[in-house]
Design a protein around this ligand. Structure first.
Ligand code: 7PJ
Length: 289
């Protein structure tokens, strides 16, 4: 099977190329405890986890200071900054791109000033000021699909006539808006947003089955990022709790890469790196290389 390698992604200090699929490791700094100690413990924990990811061969670290789990309470700006900024500074010298998972323009600006290489926005840079916050930097941008308007934060039941086409049209319109604002196309990657405003399990599997078709089509396809790790669509099929979804997450990562994902966003970096090495070995053997 021949498939075009996506164009390189300009990503701050780095230019990412996609001769092989890349692994984005999820680094959440969201303490369960609301005590002061919780904040520090969470940071230490996150640093240790980052070191583990680096040893395992992570390609991008995605730092998140607010849980975007549907129904999770929003985190005040100051708290999100307090969680994200110290980590960004402490990981700045690691030789991998640092991504920040945020939809708040103020966090984007602070993160970019501190050297973030990529901004990962589950709202697709739709909040007022988001586009302006990233426009004049060289950071990469991950544009994710989520149905609904940011202002209403509507994450409930969602209706689609044709989920794949609707996601693609949305991603196309957001990419157009970014490019129209003067952002280089080479800075953009796209993501169908598994589980976000997609309450019907089958919709998520349709998006995975037709992953390539969820991205805007054209001569220079955008790199596709897929985040399926531990998500409820895996629980729906296996009947397993989130903590027991490693095997399902690995299978989903391989399926996503097989269907065109350039980057997979995962919790379990080491096993994903191994799984994708096997995928690469099979691909190369099929090419006769
Ligand atoms: C995603 C994300 C995703 C991108 C989260 C979770 C929920 N960013 N942030 N894509 N998911 N780009 O990890 O379960 O799928 S938070």
């Amino acid at each position: 099977m021949s498939r075009a390698v996506p164009e390189p992604l300009q990503c701050g200090r780095f230019t990412l190329t996609f001769e092989r699929p890349l692994v984005m490791g999820i680094l959440n700094v969201t303490p369960d405890s609301f005590s002061d100690g919780g904040q520090f413990a969470a940071r230490d924990d996150a640093l240790r986890q980052a070191e583990q990811m680096l040893r395992a061969g992570v390609d991008i670290i995605d730092i998140g200071g607010e849980s975007s789990r549907p129904g999770a309470p929003p985190v005040p700006l100051e708290v999100e900054l307090e969680r994200v900024m110290p980590l960004l500074e402490q990981l700045r010298d690691a030789q991998v791109p640092l991504s920040v998972d945020t939809y708040k323009p103020e966090v984007m600006r602070a993160a970019l000033a501190a050297g973030a290489d990529l901004i990962n926005d589950i709202w697709g840079f739709r909040l007022p000021g988001a586009l302006e916050a990233v426009r004049d930097s060289t950071c990469g941008l991950c544009v994710m699909h989520m149905q609904g308007e940011p202002q209403t934060m509507q994450l409930g039941a969602t209706v689609y006539q044709d989920v794949v086409a609707e996601v693609r049209e949305f991603l196309q319109s957001r990419a157009d808006a970014l490019i129209h604002a003067g952002i280089a196309k080479a800075r953009i990657c796209v993501d169908p947003g598994f589980g976000f405003g997609k309450g019907v399990v089958e919709h998520n599997y349709a998006l995975l089955a037709q992953l390539q078709a969820t991205a805007p089509q054209g001569a220079r396809p955008f790199p596709i990022l897929a985040g399926i790790s531990r998500k409820s669509m895996l629980g729906a099929v296996t009947g397993r709790a989130a903590s027991e979804r490693l095997a399902a997450s690995l299978a989903a990562a391989v399926c996503a890469v097989e269907r065109g994902a350039a980057i997979v966003r995962v919790h379990d970096v080491a096993p994903t790196v191994d799984a994708l090495k096997i995928w690469v070995a099979v691909r190369d053997a099929a090419l006769g290389g």
